[in-house]
Every structure is written in C-alpha cells, then in structure tokens.
Design a protein around this ligand. Sequence first.
Ligand SMILES: [Zn+2]
Length: 348
Amino acid sequence: MHNSIEIPLFIEIEENGLHLINETLRRLNIYINNPLIVTDKGKSSDYALIVKREMDIDDDMVVYVENNTIEQVDIVEKIARKKKCDFIIGVGGGLALDISKMASYKFGSYFISIPTLPSHDGISSPVASLRDGNIRKSMGAAMPMGIIVDLDVMVDAPKRFIHSGIMDLLSNHSALMDWELAFNKGYEVRFNGFAKAIASSAADNVLNYPYNDILTKEFLHLSINSLVLSGIAMEIAGSSRPASGAEHNFSHAYDMLYPDNKLLHGEKVGLGTLIISFIRSKKEYERMYACYKRFNLIESIRELNIPMDNIIKSVLKAKEIRRDRYTILTELSISYNEIEKIIQEILL
Ligand SMILES: [Zn+2]
C-alpha cells in the first residue's frame, strides 16, 4: 500500500497580495512563461485585471467563464493547448477556480488558485463541482501548485460569504463522524487518521476562535488557512470524505430538487450540519449550536427564509443520493413530521 499525494508548493496570504504577485512569485522562485487567466464576469474580473496588469499579460490570455459546465472546461482547455500555456491562473469565487482546476488537470498545466471569496473549501481541493447536462457532479481535478490570497480582497467580501466559509469548515466534524461510521461498519475500506487530524483541526480553528468579531483580516487569515487544510485533507484521503458527509448530501439533495436556488454552498451545508448533528448527538449539536450562535450564523440562516417544505424534502432525499457513501442518514428512518419538529427547534 502506498500514498501519493499532491500538496501545493506555496500558500501566500497577505495584504495587497494581488499587487505583490510578481514579488511573491520571484521570491518563491516560480517562473511563469505563458499564463492563461481564467475569471468570471462579476467582481472577480476586476481582481483578475490587476493580476493581468501586474504580470503584463496580453488581453487575449484572459478567459471569462460563465457557467460551471464540462463544455466550459473544454473551451478553456482548448485555448490553453492552442496558446501553449504553462500555467492556468484561476481568479474567482468558485466558478473560475473549478473550471481552472479541471482544465489544468485535463491539459496537464500548472494551476495557481487566487480565490476572491472565503466561502468554501474548494479554493484548494482536488475536487471540482461541475455540471454535466442538468446534473451537478463533484469530479477529481488538479490540486493547485500554489495559492495566493489578498486579504484586502477577502475583507471586502460580503458577510454572507464569510459565514458560508465558516459553515463549510464546521461541517468537517459531521463529515468525519460519518466517515468513521462507514469505516467501522465496513462500508468504507480506507480511513486515514492524518486526513482526519487535518480536517478536524481545520474545523477546530474556527470552532474555538475566541473572539466574536469575524469580519477582520486576522480571522480571515485563519479561516482561509483552514479552508486550504480541508482541501489537503481530501487529497490525503483520496476522496472528499473528510469534508463531506450527510450534511453535504443534504446540500446536494437540495440542489437536485431546487436546481435554481441561489443559496451558497456553505449555507446549505451549514443548515445540514445543524440538522444532522441534532439527529446524531445532543453533545455534538450543543457544541455546534453554541458556535453558530456566537458568530450569528443562526440569524444568517433564518434570514435566508428557506421554505420549510424544501428543507424537509431535501433531508428525505439526502438519504437516497450517493448510495455508495454510507452516512448516519443511511441507517435512519425519520418521518416528514419528525424532521419538521427538529428544524423548528433549531431555528427557533
Ligand atoms: Zn463543502
């Protein structure tokens, strides 16, 4: 048995990080000959243009992606191949990073991740969330060679995205319990203690953060480091298991039932974590709930006004999807009314 893992060569989280990109790369002895920038058409494109200017990249070496489809990946891969690019630099929230990591994987170029939002652990994970027709899929992709984060960009992110990142981190605890459960019951052959240690430390960084104010550069630094650690835990595990259990199945189920929803990944996962923790153990739930309360996350979820019926149907549906992934929901029989009571108590 052996383990072959890919870990980024560098992670640089600093103020003014975008403007300092040349100095950073030079200091790290990273030489880039012909990079392709991939970004989206939203606010991230402003940040991508800073990178373009600083690195003196031509206009035709910037691709604006519009959706997270396989077709979009193919377009980026073709351009990178035609232009003989050595690096793909993804600048964005989630979309541009997912497309970049998959296009780099298929083409074989290096990938640098420049996240512009701290909202999920995909900023440095070997998994891309893509659409194949109408189906959203999590697919294996390239780990970034490096991650560059500008704290001035992150601190400008709307609160909702910061909350989302926290909830994606906290969900690791729920995911790890499901992974261990599946392993102990013989439904999972591989369980890796290193991956568990890393994923749970990443969640603990946030769970045990001693201050209530999370809209600070200090907290964002910690949170982004932790999101990157989550991604590395997935790479070590060789699957998303350390950061994705029943609570993520709830989120996937919600997306399957309500594909046009505008909720963030971390918001669905965050609600899922509370529901699953409530079902799993009182102690776990109370620990989670206290943290959610402290960071105003319960308030945040309430303000989303997610219809009760949607939540309940997604919990029921979560049982059916990813049948290969054994979780606490697999062995549970729970009724519509029972779930309704749980949600009422959580969001009281
Ligand atoms: Zn997640």
